[in-house]
Design a protein around this ligand. Structure first.
Ligand SMILES: [Zn+2]
Length: 379
């Protein structure tokens, strides 16, 4: 009797009665988004303008696992207004926030690139190896430090997720919807409306959130684009236009020290990515003792048809940098006589390396070596 009375009272007082809610789903991060909406957004709903309250009341938020990979989140208007958020994206964002805290702690700005080299393989359909380490474990930090950094990560992730949720609610509050056929300029206007609404609400009610929010999403997407570009892979969507459209406005307003630093690093990475400076940047990193850097350098050299040099860096990254994916390339290098010894002895080494690559979990090994043969026809 007593329990049902409490439940009744809770239902009566619960802000969920105002409408906006998260629909339960099997998605791993559904709970996290529910907590965020209940803890942060529902309590401020009745402080918004009446028109905003009316627009948001019928909205249901859902974390889904089948949102196409290019979408971070999606707002749908009509009879059943919805906000759909990609579970896969939250997963990546979670890992990025963690990798970023490690990078800051270790003063190692290239740590996220190294970590996400592993990450994008582990979430790739052509991979079925051992489970992926978290950024903390990958960095081999002692547990006492991990605990502190994980708390910092939670805060960053909360800010980044709030940015996504508020932006989508902004589409609903401002009735800023469009279809795939809408022109780029109209789309941009609609996005701006949603952004401005989100920014105002954030300023008015959530001043405590870390201002780095959206930058984490941008940096994560950048990391994914860079990975795809270097490996010539088409599994993940390329979103370079979205990165460019979003990075500048956020960084222009950056005041706090850590945000300005983040922007500096991101803009530096972007300018290298957009120009021919990447090769030199990786060479510099190798000089400074970054053993992972020989792998992306080799990928760039391969694209430039500098096979011998590319192969020596692939081998180095496999032997010294422990970059397992390099085994696939090294096998190809032996097959084509770009590493000593020359064929036919090299055939055995090639076979050993391709077996190793398959053991690591790269199920596309044979197919990929074949595609390298096709793409780089040796005279
Ligand atoms: Zn939007």
């Amino acid at each position: 009797m007593k329990l049902s009375y409490i439940l009744f009272l809770a239902a009566l007082l619960s802000p969920v009665a105002s409408g906006l809610e998260v629909i339960d789903s099997d998605a791993k991060h559904s709970k996290l988004v529910t907590e965020l909406v209940v803890k942060k957004i529902l309590p401020i709903l009745n402080k918004l303008e009446i028109s905003d309250q009316a627009a948001l009341a019928p909205v249901k938020i859902k974390v889904v696992t089948n949102l196409i990979a290019s979408d971070i989140a999606l707002s749908i208007d009509g009879e059943l207004p919805r906000v759909l958020i990609s579970n896969q994206f939250i997963e990546g964002l979670d890992a990025y926030a963690e990798a970023y805290t490690v990078a800051v702690h270790k003063s190692s700005p290239n740590f996220p690139e190294h970590y996400f080299h592993q990450y994008f393989w582990h979430t790739h359909p052509d991979y079925s190896g051992i489970a992926l380490d978290s950024p903390m474990n990958f960095s081999e930090l002692p547990p006492s430090q991990q605990e502190i950094l994980l708390k910092r990560k939670e805060k960053l992730l909360e800010s980044a997720l709030m940015d996504i949720v508020l932006h989508e609610l902004g589409h609903h509050a401002e009735n800023a919807f469009y279809s795939y056929r809408t022109s780029y300029f109209v789309k941009k206007d609609m996005e701006l409306l949603a952004d401005e609404w989100a920014l105002n609400v954030r300023d008015d009610f959530f001043a405590e959130l870390d201002p780095i929010g959206r930058l984490l999403s941008i940096a994560y997407v950048f990391e994914r684009d860079r990975w795809s570009m270097l490996s010539g892979d088409v599994n993940y969507p390329r979103m370079i236009t979205w990165i460019a459209d979003n990075a500048d406005p956020v960084c222009e307003d950056a005041v706090e020290d850590h945000v300005r630093k983040f922007c500096e690093q991101l803009q530096n990475d972007l300018s290298i990515y957009f120009s021919g400076k990447a090769e030199q940047a990786y060479r510099d990193r190798i000089e400074q003792g970054d053993e992972y850097a020989s792998f992306p350098l080799a990928q760039i050299l391969l694209k430039k048809s500098r096979y011998h040099l590319a192969c020596s860096y692939f081998k180095e990254s496999h032997d010294s940098g422990n970059v397992k994916r390099a085994a696939v390339y090294v096998a190809w290098c032996y097959l084509n006589g770009f590493l000593k010894p020359s064929p036919p002895d090299a055939q055995i080494l090639a076979l050993t390396k391709s077996r190793a690559a398959m053991m690591y979990g790269y199920t596309d090994t044979t197919r990929y070596i074949e595609s390298l043969n096709q793409n780089y026809r040796i005279q």
